[in-house]
Each structure stands twice: as C-alpha cells, then as structure tokens.
Design a protein. Structure first.
Length: 414
C-alpha cells in the first residue's frame, strides 16, 4: 500500500457507515481490494464451536456449498492444523504462495478476542510494508464487525453451525459480548460446551479502572426453566455490581432475588464471584455452593480452600462469606461448572489437564480443556460445562499489542 493509510482508513469507515449493516463487511473489503489491487478478499468468521472458520457470502446462484438462508451462504472450514488455524491461534499474519497468486491471512482481532481472519489474494508477493498494512486493516475490520453485528443477525447466524435450543438462546443473552479480554495485568477467556444447547451455565466479567470483576454461575436443572432462573441470578449480580456493591452484598441480593422470583419451587444457582485488585493482585472470591476454583501456580494445580456458602436462592435470609487469595505473576485462576466433573467427565484428571495446557493463552486453553472433557465424556456431555480462565501477569503496565493481540503471549502452534 502507498503512504495514504489515513485516507484508506477513512474511506473504509465511511463505506461501512454508508452501507446497510449486512453489507458493511463487503463494503469495507471492497475498499481494501481496490487499494491493494487484490484478486479477492474474504472475511472468515470464527464459528461458535471454536473449531472452525466460516466464510459468509451473499450468493444468489444455487450450488455454492454451505448452509443457506435466502441468498446468504455460510461455508464452514473445520480446523485441520493448516495455515488458517495457525494464523488464528498464533495471532500472526501469514503470507502463502499459491498458483499464480499470493494469499495473506491476517487475524481480525480486538483486545485478544479473535473474530476471524481476513483472507486476501494478491497478484504479486507483498512486501513487509504491505503485510503490516493488511494486519492493521484486519484490526480495523474487527471494529466494523463489532459495530455492525449489533444491528443484524447475519454474523450470529453465520457462526451457528448447529441450531440453538430456546434455552441456549436465552442463555446467550446473559454472556459477555466478548469471550476474551487482554489487559496489561491479565488475560482471560470463557467458554461453554456445548454452546448450542446450554441451559443453566453462565460466565461474566467486567473491567473497571482498578478492578476486574468475574463470575461463573450454574442454575439448577435444564432447559428453559433453568435459563430463566439463571436470568434472575445474573441480572441481580450485574445490577448490584454496577451499583458498586461488595461481593457479599451481590450474593445476598441475588440469593433473595432467586428465592423470591424463580418460577420453579426450590430453584437455586451455584456461583463463584470474584474481584481482583489490578494494582496489587489481591483476589477476593466467594463460593456459593459451587465447584471450588483451581489455582495453577509453580507447576501445581490445586483447588482453593474458600469459606463454604449455600447456593443462591436456597435460603433467602442466609449470610455469605468470602475469602482472599493473593495472586502472583504467572498464576492462572480456573473456574468451572460441575459439568466438567459430573458422570463420565469425572474421568478427566482436571489438575493434570490444566498443567498440560498451562503454556496456552486463555483463548486457546479454554477450548483445549473443553476438548479434553469431550474426549473423556464422549461426543455429547450429560451436562453443560462452562469454564473461565484468568492469567495474572501483575502490575498495570500498558498492554503491548500488534493488530489487536498481545503476540508475545499468544499460544505456540504444535
């Protein structure tokens, strides 16, 4: 590209703004193609299973492979260890020679959340300056996707290779907009398995100026009733968190909300609530009848001994206690739901599995751990399995990133 980066960026954003939400990506990639003299440009968005990429196209002609909805087509490319998977997992831009052309794969990422890949075919081998500009363009495209998916179901539809149940649809609205977040002091990522039929599990987080707030919850039962109970619990926790209340106060309010308003007699929610002081690493944790969190430190993985509390909603007047854990640089905090431990999933040696994936970024670690659970429990889990992994680096230094990701902390590729 020539030294007109700002002009190209402005044109990209203007073309996105002038287009309908479903056409924004096509408009932006068209601008990129023109600027580079590209032979072809595609966005491959990450599938919700975490195990494939999806190429979204608007194709009126019949015969193109993939799922269809009207003229929209979603073509799935499962991960196979090839360059697409490598570029996404390592968060690195790859240049690949082809038959009469060159292909550039650039991660479309924002604050560590891997949206997908920008795939550009060029007539000639790009120089290092062009590759760097493509990487920055892909980073910009991440913001275009984030902004426009608020106004359309197209991206969500494309990512769903398996139809969602009603309970999963309700539950998905309880999850954070981004499953991954990188900051100077920490990186975290959450995951649900199976994503298409989850009914009672949630994870959540919020980053304040000096504090990281996290939670993992599991509503009793299955199906829509469980999802509605979870809605009460998560709604109450978010409400009190946003009012600046303490962890104990959050638990007490959620306890009463579930007890008073759940539409199932005896409904309850197990939970782990946490808040981390970003300046000191002091971590306060509250366990309400949940699977104990695990701490990975110095080559060991062990459950944390926290004060015991009843689940939220079980006894409306019950008090709650929290515990303190000082996090050290290099620590990994892991919170899971009981779907990781129930029935056949209990055959998984969780501490050993956590040590095997200790070298992976949380973004890949959560998927590797869910794969390990599936390998132990069979292709279909008997219960939802949800996990949240938080890596603590310490301090509040500015995060170092390249095109949306901290590449120094990215996962190695096998």
């Amino acid at each position: 590209m020539e030294d007109n980066d700002q002009a190209v960026l402005a044109e990209m954003l203007q073309s996105a703004e002038e287009s309908a939400p479903v056409e924004a990506v096509q408009a932006v990639t068209g601008t990129i193609a023109t600027a580079l003299g590209a032979l072809g440009v595609s966005l491959l968005i990450a599938d919700l299973s975490g195990r494939a990429l999806v190429r979204l196209t608007h194709q009126s002609a019949i015969g193109r492979p993939g799922r269809r909805q009207g003229a929209e087509t979603a073509e799935v490319f499962p991960f196979d260890g090839g360059p697409h998977e490598r570029a996404l997992r390592q968060q690195t831009t790859l240049v690949l020679p082809g038959d009469g052309h060159w292909t550039v794969l650039a991660p479309v990422t924002e604050r560590g959340e891997a949206t997908g890949l920008l795939e550009i075919d060029l007539p000639d081998e790009p120089d290092t300056t062009t590759v760097a500009e493509i990487a920055r363009t892909a980073h910009t495209l991440a913001f275009v996707v984030i902004a426009n998916r608020r106004h359309t179901d197209l991206f969500e539809w494309g990512q769903r290779s398996t139809p969602f149940t009603l309970s999963a649809e309700i539950q998905r609205r309880l999850l954070p907009a981004s499953f991954t977040c990188e900051a100077g002091a920490f990186a975290l990522s959450g995951w649900l398995e199976p994503a298409a039929s989850v009914g009672g599990d949630t994870f959540d987080y919020s980053v304040a100026r000096d504090t990281l707030h996290v939670s993992v919850t599991d509503a009793m039962g299955h199906g829509v009733a469980s999802a509605l109970t979870a809605t009460l619990g998560v709604g109450s926790l978010r409400n009190t968190r946003r009012r600046g209340e303490s962890l104990i106060r959050q638990a007490e309010e959620a306890n009463r909300a579930v007890a008073e308003h759940a539409n199932v007699r005896g409904a309850y929610v197990t939970a782990v609530l946490g808040r981390v002081d970003l300046a000191t690493g002091r971590c306060e944790l509250l366990n309400a009848g949940h699977v104990p969190p695990m701490l990975v430190r110095d080559g060991r993985a062990a459950p944390l001994d926290l004060p015991a509390n009843f689940p939220l909603g079980m006894f409306p007047d019950e008090g709650y206690r929290s515990g303190q854990v000082p996090l050290l640089p290099g620590d990994r905090l892991v919170i899971v739901t009981d779907g990781m431990r129930e029935r056949n999933a209990a055959d998984l040696d969780l501490p050993a599995a956590l040590l095997r994936i200790a070298h992976l970024h949380p973004r890949e670690a959560v998927r590797a751990l869910s794969d390990a659970v599936l390998a132990a429990a069979g292709p279909v889990l008997a219960d939802d399995a949800t996990l949240l992994i938080i890596d603590w680096y310490g301090g509040q230094e500015r995060r170092s990133s390249t095109a949306g990701a901290d590449t120094a902390r990215a996962s190695p590729f096998p």
